[in-house]
Write a protein of this length. Structure first.
Length: 107
């Protein structure tokens, strides 16, 4: 039973379902999640710095993330983790309001 579950979790359809579910939980709003997912699969470089995306957990901070507005939930760019963190730090609200979903300062 456990082996079957592991195999199921690695099916492309299940990977896609989990990715989109995660995006929704994190507040991303999109009219066409399928199209965004296809775009996500095909983008190879950060829209900000141009670095080629690495893998999550490799210690480089270059893994692919979907940058989105924490106010509107709308997608902005595919960024490396480093650029996403920098963008969050440089786009804080002057009044310092916290995002209810993630606890970060709105950007």
């Amino acid at each position: 039973m456990a082996k079957e579950k592991i195999k199921y979790q690695h099916l492309p359809k299940e990977i896609k379902r989990c990715a989109i579910k995660t995006w929704k939980v994190r507040g991303l709003k999109c009219e066409d999640y399928d199209a965004l997912y296809n775009q996500y699969l095909n983008v190879c470089n950060c829209d900000n710095c141009g670095v080629r995306f690495g893998k999550f957990g490799d210690g480089s901070g270059t893994y692919k993330v979907l940058d989105h507005s924490h106010r509107t939930g709308l997608f902005r760019n595919f960024l490396c983790s480093n650029c996403n963190i920098q963008r969050g730090e440089t786009n804080w609200d002057e009044d310092g309001k916290m995002c209810e979903k993630c606890g970060h300062v709105n950007h």
